[in-house]
Write a new protein. Structure first.
Length: 275
């Protein structure tokens, strides 16, 4: 079995109250990945507005509707933390209040050394910079008592299973974990070898995986394009069965799946998973 949720800002609702009304339609979703600044910009205009009371307001409002926050999403470009200390401050502020929101995990990607995609992300220099920054974040997570989830992706400095494992070996801090979105690691070169990729990801990273994204993809003009779960080329059966084997009752959130695709996505999962 797995625990199904959704990325909050993929569903409509300009306010927290409107959002929970939308979620009432989907009682089989028990949790959300919440990026407060994206989901509820009317109240989260900056980290300076954070307080235990504000975080608890969100937690309690969701709780009244049998919802919780499985991942506090703070997807900033961490590769700019050294040049833009205000970004680092924002992340560390949200980390401080992660538990007040009712979550154990705060997550991000490694971003980019430039604006958007650049091949410079794949250099050893970029990887070492990422390690330096992630180590500082992991130390702070350990002090705060929360889990830091890092999500690898093919266009980022943490661009492969191999580099993710190197990161974990280089930073032996128990609070550092992996948020796995297998679709983020698929390339035109390995798209026909998904079963091997899925096995490798869980064999090498399994002990550190704290959460999984459920996102699909299609190949379009030789590039990978994200699509709603259950509508693309992802080997879903293999992915779900492997999650169940390695991480029973894992929190899994649909990503890039809007409201018109949620029911279909839930049905696909229910057809394939076993109790």
């Amino acid at each position: 079995m797995i625990r199904l949720g959704v990325r909050g800002h993929d569903l409509p609702g300009k306010t927290l109250e409107e959002f929970v009304m939308t979620m009432e339609k989907y009682p089989k979703l028990s949790h959300i990945q919440c990026a407060p600044m994206k989901s509820f910009p009317n109240i989260f205009t900056g980290s300076d507005k954070l307080s235990p009371g504000l975080a608890l307001y969100v937690r309690e409002t969701l709780g009244k509707h049998n919802l919780s926050i499985s991942i506090l999403g703070c997807y900033l470009n961490i590769m700019q933390f050294e040049e833009k200390p205000e970004l680092k401050k924002t992340f560390f502020d949200y980390m401080l209040y992660t538990k007040a929101f009712g979550s154990e995990v705060i997550a991000t990607e490694t971003g980019s050394v430039g604006k958007g995609y650049t091949p410079d992300n794949f250099t050893e220099e970029a990887f070492q910079k990422a390690l330096r920054i992630i180590e500082e974040m992991a130390i702070q997570a350990e002090k705060t008592g929360v889990i830091l989830g890092i999500e690898p992706g093919i266009n980022h400095p943490l661009c492969s299973i191999e580099k993710a494992k190197r990161m974990l070996e280089a930073i032996p801090i128990n609070n550092l974990r992996i948020l796995l979105d297998i679709a983020n690691l698929i390339t035109p070169e390995n798209v026909d070898h998904q079963e091997e990729l899925i096995e490798e990801a869980f064999e090498k990273l399994g002990p550190w995986i704290c959460h999984c994204h459920l996102k699909d993809f299609v190949m379009e003009n030789g590039k990978i394009k994200a699509v709603p779960f259950g509508t693309g080329q992802l080997q879903i059966s293999k992915y779900l069965s492997t999650i169940q084997t390695y991480k029973p009752y894992c929190n899994c959130t649909f990503e890039a799946t809007k409201e018109d695709g949620i029911e279909h996505a839930i049905r696909i999962v229910e057809e394939l998973i076993t109790d």
